[in-house]
Write a new protein. Sequence first.
Length: 113
Amino acid sequence: MLFHQKVFAVLVSLAVLILIVELVRRKKLREEYSVLWIITGSTILILTIWYDLLLYITNLVGAVAPTTTLFIFAILFLMLICLHFCIKISSLTDKMIKLSQELAILRMDDHDK
């Protein structure tokens, strides 16, 4: 990896980590999600600094280039995030249906009185 690329990647990784901490501090991001993003930012930082580890992982998965390895893991990460949010949305939908039904029952009881 060229020096300029390494510096850019380190700066971006640090910026992501600082942004995550700031979002948690301002209560824009819940702590349960921040852990995942901090691990992701830290992993990118480690792989940028320890480039030999990225090359080892690339050889381990049989990829041709280190960038391919990064893209594969990025796609897997995004798929897992989407799956997690689908589970959360399904859970919230079930809760909304239950709350709507309970509200309708309460309104019927008030209307009958």
